[in-house]
Design a protein around this ligand. Structure first.
Ligand code: MEZ
Length: 503
């Protein structure tokens, strides 16, 4: 049974009122039941008459307005939830999803079928387990793979655009789904989720940092305390919480605490990825899993920390060291490629591609615009421009073109070689590995319930996305983060709404 029984608009307007009154230095007041309220004016009157209190009420509080949190909130409302509020500590929504480029991995989709790509849930599970060195929670991986095709459809149904299928590291077949214009997936997804949140009137309190998930004497979730940008504290009583605060890839102290050899590395993460949700869940007894499993992305500009999407390699680019030589199968998993780069001169390498690759992926235009790609008319001139032996680079490209023509990479066994890399212009981008994804986090079951060390669930607490651990094991495959946030975000929204109805 729904406890608060208010229309969604009640929280939206009341919440806005809390913020504006806090800004005026007035004491916040509890929203009264404004089911009948249809205008801001009526709600304002009702609020003014309500007894003074710091408390707000919601059925579900989602902590974190990244991809997982917004997906959970939308799904909960699509399932019938009427009083959902989302808290976001940053001034904008999106979290790390905003920075996501490559796409969403999904198996057995209509888009793969249209391209004649044979894939299956089993193969997706197998690739993900292999990429994760088999320490992944196979049940979670299976649920992710089983729901991946529907995740693509759901994103498209709510106004998104995932229809082009490409190749990524660690995948046996083309499986990563990206926008039809081959642009970065993250901005498209965040824009889509923002628009759906607005259409469904789901309130987001920006610059509002959750501090504690409250539990009652029976250990059930009962609310969330939070603080807004002016330092005003609030408590939101609620029945369920969806934790979707992301990982800790921007918290270098925490990264180094769990994996000391990453000291001094850069990060691809947005500033808000500091692991607060993990700390909050632990305070309530949540178990953690795989915390020391932290992934570096191999192709990150060492000066700007801009990530060059793996899609550039998937569409044909190779990696060469400062001697102009290839040194790895560029489509190996990220742990393997990162480790290989760290063995090269200066622990850096160059990603090399040609005009055909540039034309195949519009995400590349942003790197060119940012001035972090060097171009030249010939391989020799490119080498000279980046301080690499031009003859060696030209020889490497000639050899690679031969491998591409024969279909056999005699040096490193790369299977997908999309293009011969012989179309001027030629391009080079300096790369080094940087912290990218924290695979560890809060332990969940396949219903996204947060689990304690004894395996029992914390009633009313659900989690989805990078705040959780177990899905990706020791190494996440590129494209699986977006699958994770959409699949488990949706499951969390549904589970939280059901929990509210049952409690
Ligand atoms: O999943 C990712 O991290 C991803 C797709 C990154 C990228 O290289 O684009």
């Amino acid at each position: 049974m729904r406890k608060t029984g208010r229309k969604l608009a009640a929280f939206t307007l009341a919440a806005a009122m809390v913020l504006s009154m806090a800004a005026c230095g007035k004491k916040a007041e509890a929203p009264v039941d404004t089911t009948a309220a249809t205008t801001a004016e009526e709600t304002t009157v009702a609020e003014t008459e309500a007894p003074a209190s710091e408390n707000q009420k919601a059925d579900i509080v989602v902590i974190g307005a990244g991809g997982a949190g917004m997906t959970a909130a939308i799904q909960a409302v699509q399932d019938g939830a009427t009083n959902v509020v989302v808290l976001e500590k940053m001034p904008i929504t999106g979290g790390n999803t905003t920075r996501s480029t490559g796409g969403l991995n999904a198996a057995a989709t209509k888009y793969q079928e249209a391209d004649g790509i044979e894939d299956s849930v089993d193969l997706f599970v197998e690739d993900t387990m292999k990429g994760g060195k088999d320490i992944n929670d196979k049940e979670l991986v299976t649920v992710m793979a089983e729901n991946s095709a529907e995740a693509v459809d759901w994103v498209n149904e709510i106004g998104g655009d995932l229809s082009v299928v490409g190749m990524f590291g660690g995948a046996s077949v083309k499986r990563i789904h990206r926008p039809s214009d081959t642009s970065a997936v993250g901005p498209m997804l965040v824009k889509t989720l923002n628009a759906k949140m607005a259409e469904l009137n789901i309130p987001v309190l920006l610059e509002t940092t959750a501090q504690k998930i409250l539990v009652d004497a029976d250990g059930k979730v009962s609310g969330v305390t939070a603080v807004d940008k002016d330092g005003k504290e609030m408590t939101i009583d609620c029945t369920a919480v969806v934790l979707a605060t992301g990982g800790f890839g921007a918290n270098m102290d925490m990264v180094v605490e769990y994996k000391s050899d990453l000291a001094g590395f850069g990060t691809t993460n947005h500033a808000g990825a500091t692991g607060d949700g993990i700390t909050m869940a632990v305070e309530d007894g949540a178990a953690l899993v795989d915390m020391e499993q932290i992934q570096t992305h191999p192709t990150v500009n060492p000066d700007t920390q801009t990530m060059y999407t793996e899609g550039v390699r998937g569409n044909g680019a190779i990696l060469v060291n400062k001697e102009g030589l290839r040194f790895v199968n560029e489509l190996e998993t990220r742990d393997v490629v990162s480790a290989a780069i760290l063995k090269q001169t200066d622990k850096q390498c160059y990603m090399i591609f040609d005009q055909a690759v540039r034309d195949s992926l519009s995400a590349i235009e942003s790197y060119v615009k940012a001035g972090i790609v060097t171009e030249a008319d010939t391989p020799e001139a490119l080498g000279e421009a980046i301080g690499v032996d031009g003859d060696a680079l030209a020889e490497t490209l000639k050899t690679y073109a031969g491998y591409q023509a024969s279909g056999t990479d005699a040096d490193f066994g790369r299977e997908s070689m999309e293009v011969p890399l012989d179309q001027p212009k030629y391009y080079a981008a300096l790369c080094a590995p940087a912290v990218h994804h924290t695979m560890g986090g809060v332990k969940i079951n396949t219903s996204t319930e947060v689990l304690k060390e004894d395996g029992t669930a914390i009633p009313g607490l659900f989690a989805a996305g990078e705040v959780t651990g177990g899905v990706h094991g020791a190494n996440r495959l590129g494209g699986n983060a977006v699958t994770d946030i959409v699949v488990f975000g949706r499951i969390a929204g549904t589970a939280a709404e059901k929990y509210v109805m049952d409690n």
